[in-house]
Design a protein around this ligand. Structure first.
Ligand SMILES: *Cc1c(COP(=O)(O)O)cnc(C)c1O
Length: 422
């Protein structure tokens, strides 16, 4: 699929008058259309709900847009719970899917009435000791081990993942939880990440539905929801076919009708905790070319760096690049596009075919709407960029200002650097 930027050179030249590069910008129209399509794809399921994985894009303005389509939040830390709390989300709108969980996070999640999704068998005791009871509604995360395969091709490696209960622990766990007073049960599993295929969710659903039928039969636990979690991916590369959420929804529906309905479990709610799929394609990192360097290779130095987008440095991830104003120019140059960190992995692209780039050009790095800004860090004292929202009416709203030195130095109460220099 051809990758087109949702901003043009003219738009960016206008935006930078107020908000200098680098910045992440999000496309409200795209976010809305996608959220609507997801909702429709699962409308066959009465209790369906998406809990947006906050870690992907922890910005209340963006999460509020999703909330209009019935989405809640999936939190995994104290501050993500705080964000949900501050947005006025409560109880049924919050899923707490954490692991290696500190006690105070369980306390906060319980106080908010969030649905707690336990990552481990030992957390049953830990939770009970910490908050003094077992909530009536409780979920457990499942990890079958081995490889997750579709049609004999390996999608991911749950056997090497730190998350979840084994199958035996899940059966035992449900019995223990029931004895301790739990009434409404959920199952959760996240077995493959960034899947660019319409088959992942239906296959996962099939496995979880079969498990749910056995669990209800053997433990007597009343299973109210099955959480398919995250993992629906996006086409970072132009040669990848995007997932079709309608086809995915129909695939899960088919498995539901074949397995749960005949078992008398047709009232089970389907939950999802998508992050990447909800936001990924609807964010761009916009950056300006500062330098060109001709040594053993051709380098283009931009004003963003891995502190603004870590995925290429961390995973060697591909992010497509558009040079604004040169969308139709021939890709007849080979560049490494770099940031300024004193780390040679600070490259947004390596040996990439691009049009001839000039100093002052604006570059769009695609698909930064999820796990983009959120993974930002402050190495080399590099500061986080601003976040902007391109609204449906074409206007631009600042939804998080850029970090300033005073923010970077804020935790030096013991040596207030910023105050000394004022
Ligand atoms: C990261 C995460 C998600 C979201 O994953 P995506 O790949 O962004 O869809 C959902 N649930 C849990 C528990 C996660 O850790």
């Amino acid at each position: 699929m051809e990758k087109k930027a949702f901003v043009t050179k003219d738009m960016v030249e206008d935006i930078v008058k107020k908000y200098p590069t680098p910045f992440h910008i999000y496309d409200e129209k795209g976010i809305r259309e996608n959220a609507k399509a997801l909702k429709e794809a699962f409308s066959w399921n009465k209790g369906y709900k998406e809990f947006f994985a906050v870690k992907a894009t922890p910005n209340p303005f963006l999460i509020n847009i999703l909330h209009e389509y019935g989405c809640g939040t999936d939190c995994s830390s104290y501050t993500e719970l705080m964000l949900s709390d501050a947005m006025g989300l409560k109880g049924d709108d919050i899923m707490f899917s954490s692991n290696d969980t500190p006690a105070e996070e369980f306390v906060y999640a319980a106080k908010l009435g969030a649905t707690i999704n336990l990552d481990d068998f030992t957390h049953i005791d830990f939770l009970e000791k910490t908050i003094g009871y077992i909530p009536e509604t409780i979920s457990c995360r499942y990890n079958p081990g081995g490889y997750f395969e579709i049609a004999n091709s390996i999608m991911d490696n749950p056997g090497d993942a730190k998350y979840g209960f084994t199958k035996e622990q899940l059966f035992e766990g449900f019995k223990v939880l029931k004895e301790k007073g739990a009434k409404n049960f959920g199952i959760h599993a996240f077995l493959a990440s960034n899947t660019v295929t319409n088959d992942y969710y239906p296959e996962l659903a099939r496995q979880l539905f079969e498990l749910a039928v056995k669990l209800e039969k053997e433990t007597g636990a009343d299973i109210k929801f099955i959480n398919l979690s995250g993992g629906i991916g996006i086409p970072y590369r132009p040669d990848q076919e995007p997932n079709d959420i309608k086809v995915i929804g129909e695939g899960v529906h088919k498995a539901f009708d074949e397995i749960l309905v005949p078992a008398g479990m047709g009232d089970v709610a389907i939950y999802t905790e998508l992050g990447r799929f909800m936001m990924g394609p609807y964010g761009h990192l916009v950056t300006k070319v500062l330098h060109e360097k001709h040594t053993h290779k051709e380098y283009i130095g931009v004003d963003a760096c891995a502190a603004n987008l870590m995925r290429p440095a961390m995973y060697g991830a591909y992010h497509h690049i558009t040079v604004l104003g040169k969308e139709n120019a021939p890709l007849d140059h080979t560049y490494d596009v770099t940031g300024s960190l004193c780390e040679n992995n600070d490259k947004f692209a390596i040996d990439r075919q691009l049009p001839k780039i000039d100093i002052g050009d604006y570059i769009v790095i695609h698909d930064t709407g999820a796990h983009g800004f959120a993974m930002g860090y402050n190495y080399n004292g590099r500061l986080w960029s601003s976040e902007l929202l391109l609204k449906e009416d074409g206007s631009v709203q600042l939804i998080r200002r850029a970090q300033e030195p005073k923010d970077y130095f804020a935790t030096f109460d013991c040596f207030p650097i910023y105050e000394k220099l004022k």
